[in-house]
Design a protein around this ligand. Structure first.
Ligand code: ASP
Length: 592
């Protein structure tokens, strides 16, 4: 067998127009005559005989010394030929990777003039979001944005390689399609050829990838664009990208393995360090200890159960199905206004109130609590509160008493608000959350709502309760969480018609409705659906965390503003009358 020649990357980025990239020149290059191309970052004149221009490309900046004067301005596009030489003593710039050298005796070819940029191409300058997005092509020249885009490509590449290695095949699925039953509002695309009908943009390739399993593809993946017409937030855009996977003849274990491999590879590519194995927690434990299904396990402040302590309490506010607490270390010095604000916040989160206790020195070297409600508690209850929470003198104990889920939710949110750190701040703590409930809450008609989507397989131990007690049924659905952000979800799918029909019954979906909404999938399942399962990892979120960004907009080339507007193209825009006619559309005034 002949060994193919090693492909050498063109590390200097040479093309027919340049020999090197600006930011790569070093002392070892001294004496070489090179040509670099890029944008003028800065220009200074030294009298009439010498001009200095800093030229920038995505690799960085190099200082070029030009004899005489030169008529270039910021962001002009130039090609500069010169000889690499050591900078004169005293002029070395230690902040610049190229700071020991410069290009001397340069000749500058002007490739294109540029209008003055709307803001300096400089990471240190804070620029208004709308102005940045309006001129995104300039904004992306900034070193941080360049690094973010390249980091994203690296993460994508690592994930692709991991999936290829694990025997997955990349298949593209349609963008113009039919609705996907995953609960988000969808974007519709009116059809020109079928007036009055619309395609729907996929909120995920869920149904397509399940069909690919029926088709015998066995292991599918795609770096897939998904579209959801939902309110935008720091971790949400209309369009986002997922590493979407599905595999046949697998269990939950196999999927967790495949996904861990891809995510840990991506982490290694991005950060240089491979995280250890990802720990696991059941959904019930996550809720109980952290008050959320996406716990940030970088810090403690876990919820403490006090229900037993107050089981026989005479204090009406604590005579609730559940009493829980969190402890804010050193929080006893909080001012009254801060405590009032915390109470208001708890109420805004849905609690009836928030009882706070400052842990103080008690008589005889013990502890006591200082609280407006202390007088309603017995000495045993006060002692039990301190002992069970483990709070020390100087700490603040915050308690909520209510229904179990609500109590967990309120304290879970306060825990993050009081103890949390920005999501992108290390260390990176991954967590698998497994055994989600199959259903979550009820809809307006009183029917249970699918927690993941209606094709999720119930937990084998709970399947018998599907008809009698659906709320207690766990599913084979799982999430991957990183620093309190949900990175992705997946499930083992229902591949058997009898189980699927019991789930539809529980969801209140009639046979006719099921047939009209996803008849094509159910129909396909009759032709030999293998057992299958899958997952999707949110790439924007993952890259944002690796990039140290708390908003996914910073790792997306052309994102929208919070209101879903693109200031650069001004999309969305009204359609021209002719286009409306073509599509058979007639605008009507917005109804509120
Ligand atoms: N389609 C799901 C999602 O987009 C992921 C999955 O179940 O594979 O969240």
């Amino acid at each position: 067998m002949t060994v193919p020649p090693e492909v050498q990357p063109t590390s200097n980025g040479a093309t027919s127009m340049r020999t090197d990239r600006c930011g790569t020149l070093r002392v070892a290059d001294v004496g070489r005559t090179v040509t670099v191309c890029g944008w003028v970052a800065k220009r200074r004149e030294h009298g009439e005989h010498l001009a200095f221009i800093d030229v920038r490309d995505y690799t960085g900046i190099v200082q070029c010394v030009v004899p005489g004067t030169i008529d270039v301005r910021s962001e002009y596009v130039v090609a500069v030929e010169g000889t690499v030489r050591l900078r004169p003593e005293g002029t070395v710039n230690p902040d610049l990777p190229t700071g020991e050298v410069e290009l001397g005796d340069c000749t500058v070819a002007l490739l294109n003039a540029a209008e003055p940029p709307p803001f300096p191409v400089d990471d240190r300058v804070d620029v208004d979001e709308v102005i940045r997005l309006k001129h995104r092509f300039v904004d992306l020249r900034r070193p941080t944005m360049q690094a973010n885009l390249r980091l994203r490509a690296k993460v994508n590449g690592a994930m692709r390689a991991a999936m290829d290695r694990q025997g997955f095949v990349e298949v593209e699925t349609p963008l113009l399609w039919a609705p996907t039953p995953e609960g988000a509002r969808e974007f519709a695309v009116p059809s020109r050829l079928h007036h009055g009908s619309c395609y729907v943009l996929p909120q995920s390739p869920q149904l397509a990838k399940q069909l690919l399993m029926v088709a015998g593809v066995d292991r599918y993946y795609q770096i897939a664009r998904c579209l959801r017409d939902e309110d935008l937030r720091a971790d949400r855009q209309f369009e986002f990208t997922q590493l979407d996977i599905e595999a046949s003849f697998v269990s939950q274990e196999d999927i967790l393995e495949f996904v861990s491999e891809a995510v840990l590879d991506a982490a290694e590519a991005a950060t240089g360090e491979r995280p250890g194995p990802v720990p696991r927690m059941t959904w019930a434990e996550a809720l109980d200890r952290y008050g959320t299904d996406k716990p940030d396990i970088r810090f403690g402040m876990e919820l403490v159960d006090l229900t037993e302590v107050f089981a026989a309490t005479g204090f009406r506010a604590f005579a609730a199905p559940c009493v829980k607490a969190i402890v804010l270390e050193g929080g006893a010095s909080s001012s009254r206004s801060r405590l009032d604000a915390l109470t208001d916040r708890a109420k805004a989160l849905g609690a009836k109130g928030l009882a706070w206790f400052k842990v103080v020195e008690g008589g005889g070297g013990g502890t006591d609590v200082d609280s407006p409600v202390a007088k309603f508690l017995s000495d045993e209850e006060k002692a039990g509160l301190v002992a069970t929470t483990g709070a020390a003198v100087g700490d603040l104990v915050l308690t909520v008493a209510d229904e179990y889920r609500l109590t967990c939710h309120v304290l879970g949110a306060l825990r993050v608000e009081l103890g949390g750190r920005p999501v992108s701040e290390g260390p990176y703590r991954y967590l698998w959350v497994v055994d989600f409930p199959l259903f979550d809450g009820v809809d307006d008609a009183g029917n249970p709502v699918a927690a993941h989507h209606p094709f999720t397989m119930p937990h084998p131990d709970d399947i018998d309760r599907l008809d009698s007690d659906p709320a207690s049924v766990r599913s084979q659905a799982y999430d991957l969480v990183l620093n309190g952000w949900e990175l992705g979800s997946g499930s083992v799918r229902v591949h058997r018609a009898d189980i699927q029909s019991r789930i539809f019954t529980a969801l209140g979906i009639s046979d006719e409705e099921a047939a009209s909404r996803f008849g094509f999938l159910l129909g396909a399942f009759r032709f030999g659906a293998p057992p299958h399962a899958g997952f999707a990892v949110g790439l924007d979120r993952l890259v944002a965390i690796f990039a140290g960004e708390d908003n996914i907009r910073e790792v997306i080339a052309f994102p929208k503003t919070q209101s879903g507007w693109d200031p650069m193209t001004d999309a969305p825009k009204p359609l021209a009358p002719a286009a409306l006619r073509d599509l058979g559309l007639q605008p009507i005034p917005k109804l509120d």
